[in-house]
Design a protein around this ligand. Structure first.
Ligand SMILES: NC(=O)c1ccc[n+]([C@@H]2O[C@H](COP(=O)([O-])OP(=O)(O)OC[C@H]3O[C@@H](n4cnc5c(N)ncnc54)[C@H](OP(=O)(O)O)[C@@H]3O)[C@@H](O)[C@H]2O)c1
Length: 247
């Protein structure tokens, strides 16, 4: 039987690492990318007899040439999980130009680079599946998320748009919008995170929902429903509730 191949950006930690391990448990081969090769090697070694199921590359998603050369050796992928991202809370009353640029370059343009590098073979073979990692914070502007949130909103819009061109060419597109997942990225939050879940549980949900035809993979359920309702309320009420419960 043909082995499924997944390309995962940001495979060394958090949600990307958890999904990498889960896919390998289900006998997928994973091409794992992140900047830190040592972390990827540690993960590879933890796989023992399944070490060969994980091929690793040190690659910054800002480096389009490197992504293209990796794609040349590893295409077409059955699944392209565009997950690499950073998160730094910012105080918007301060000067944060470097944070704004860095989030845009990694979170948004990093996904575009990876997408452009791996897409051509999916189009010529007329198959494949792309999941773009957005966030529930894409649905509504939240405090301290002025650098991060807009990149996730842009990714959601990107995913919504590309599916029309890609579905007709045999490529499936989904967007993933998690709430709070316990990872090194959220460890820096000093506030209560409702519905915080383990990365392994998030990976299980993604693995199960990626088989469905639903466009958006959002979780956990209660927090998603709460945030969806919040985003649909009149603005005055929304901002009042956010000030009361989040600020
Ligand atoms: N955790 C949450 O609550 C949550 C909620 C919603 C959405 N998300 C999204 O889910 C994704 C994963 O988040 P996470 O919480 O798992 O974060 P994480 O634990 O910090 O992991 C981020 C991963 O991305 C990689 N990465 C960062 N910058 C990179 C770059 N320039 N090039 C290549 N790889 C890079 C990191 O590896 P290196 O440092 O080795 O490069 C790491 O493997 C992010 O896009 C995040 O925005 C997370």
């Amino acid at each position: 039987m043909k082995q499924n191949i997944a390309v995962i950006t940001g495979a060394s930690e958090g949600i990307g690492a958890a999904l990498t391990k889960l896919l390998i448990k289900h006998n997928w081969k994973v091409i794992g990318l992140s900047r830190n090769l040592e972390k990827l090697k540690l993960m590879q070694n933890s796989l023992f007899q399944k070490k060969d199921y994980l091929k690793i590359y040190a690659c910054d998603v800002q480096d389009f040439s490197k992504l293209k050369s990796i794609a040349k050796k590893n295409s077409p992928a059955d699944l392209l999980f565009l997950n690499a991202g950073i998160y730094n809370p910012v105080d918007a009353s301060q000067n944060n130009i470097e944070d704004y640029k860095q989030h845009l370059n990694i979170n948004y343009l990093g996904v575009i680079n990876s997408y452009e590098a791996f897409l051509p073979k999916m189009i010529t073979t007329k198959k494949g599946h792309i999941i773009i990692m957005s966030s529930i914070s894409a649905w509504i502007g939240l405090p301290k998320a002025a650098a991060y949130g807009p990149t996730k909103a842009a990714l959601r819009s990107f995913a919504q748009s590309i599916r029309y061109d890609l579905n007709s060419k045999g490529v499936k597109v989904q967007v993933c919008s998690p709430g709070f997942v316990d990872t090194p990225a959220t460890a820096k939050n000093d506030f209560y995170m409702p519905g915080l879940m383990k990365a392994d549980d998030a990976a299980k949900i993604i693995y199960n929902r990626m088989k469905s035809n639903k466009f958006e993979i959002s979780f956990p359920l209660n927090f998603s429903i709460f945030m969806k309702i919040l985003s649909m309320l009149p603005d005055k009420l929304t901002s009042l509730l956010i000030k009361k419960f989040v600020c």
